[in-house]
Design a protein around this ligand. Structure first.
Ligand SMILES: [Fe+2]
Ligand SMILES: [Fe+2]
Length: 290
């Protein structure tokens, strides 16, 4: 193996990646306009991410499914099934949330349609392996943010006691559960280290540009943005956001190390804790399972 070439596939360890059929409800008026702790910018950032998830997750599923027949490791085959099922339910539940956000004035439908078009273009224009590299890289973003949300009480506190909190905690748990699946598929089909790292660089640039531009556009549709005191206060708060800490940036960058693997960041205990907390016998979301 060269340092830039592909790594020999190793047997995939057992991981629990099973699909939970949850259903959340969003009655009219359940959320206040700035549902992230009354904060203008963060409420728009989260709406942009939520609008991006369903078409993004469809893209991930297409990218991984393309290689399903080439996987010979039975454990990985089972995890791919779990991964696809989990992402399908995430997309559906975020679609419901996005309808509620749209009623509140967020341009979630516009963002969804735009991203869908871009990603369908990617399907047509890019080799399957590049799309799988993008997927593995983006899954590192979702897993890193997810594990940070599950670890940092300050991040959880921003979400108050709303259905958005429930959706994000459930989604975060499953993103951490399946964080290595697209990565292991990439490795199993012979994806190189060099391509893994450059696809991550490309997709990082596109993701950051998208989130910044779509958030700016979303905020332009909100009257509160034109209140300079609120705007300046919210932008100042962003600098101390629990989601933009040094640890988060360090964990994101770890992916660019040669021989990195998502399992390098051990999440066993975190997952055990949150599985019990959300879906154990006394779990706060057990009642949402259908
Ligand atoms: Fe997801
Ligand atoms: Fe995911």
């Amino acid at each position: 193996m060269t340092t830039t070439g592909n790594l020999a596939p190793r047997p995939v360890p057992r991981r629990t990646v099973h699909v939970r059929r949850v259903r959340f409800s969003h009655p009219d008026g359940a959320l206040r306009r700035h549902y992230v702790d009354g904060d203008l910018v963060m409420s728009h950032v989260l709406a942009v991410l939520s609008a991006t998830f369903p078409p993004g997750e469809d893209f991930f599923v297409r990218a991984v499914r393309h290689y399903r027949d080439q996987i010979t490791d039975l454990e990985l085959t089972a995890q791919v099934r779990g991964f696809i099922g989990q992402e399908v339910v995430h997309g559906r539940e975020h679609d419901h949330l996005n309808q509620a956000l749209r009623q509140m004035g967020y341009p979630t439908q516009l963002i969804h349609r735009f991203i869908d078009k871009v990603l369908i273009l990617f399907d047509r224009a890019l080799p399957a392996r590049v799309r799988l590299g993008f997927t593995a890289g983006l899954e590192h973003y979702t897993a890193t943010i997810a594990e940070h949300l599950l670890t940092d009480p300050r991040a959880q506190a921003l979400l108050g006691d709303t259905e958005v909190r429930s959706i994000l905690l459930w989604h975060a748990l499953e993103e951490s559960e399946h964080k290595a699946v697209a990565f292991d598929v990439y490795r199993a089909v012979g994806g190189t280290e060099r391509m893994r790292i450059w696809t991550m660089r490309v997709i990082s640039t596109l993701l950051i540009a998208h989130v910044v531009a779509a958030t700016a556009l979303s905020m332009l549709t909100d009257r509160a943005t034109y209140n300079p005191i609120r705007l300046v206060h919210s932008l100042a708060r962003l600098r101390h956001s629990p989601f933009l800490t040094r640890e988060v940036i360090r964990a994101l960058r770890a992916y660019n190390r040669r021989r990195f693997h998502p399992d390098d960041i051990d999440s066993t205990q975190l997952l055990e804790h949150w599985r019990a907390e959300l879906f154990g016998p006394q779990g706060t979301l057990t009642g949402k399972l259908k």
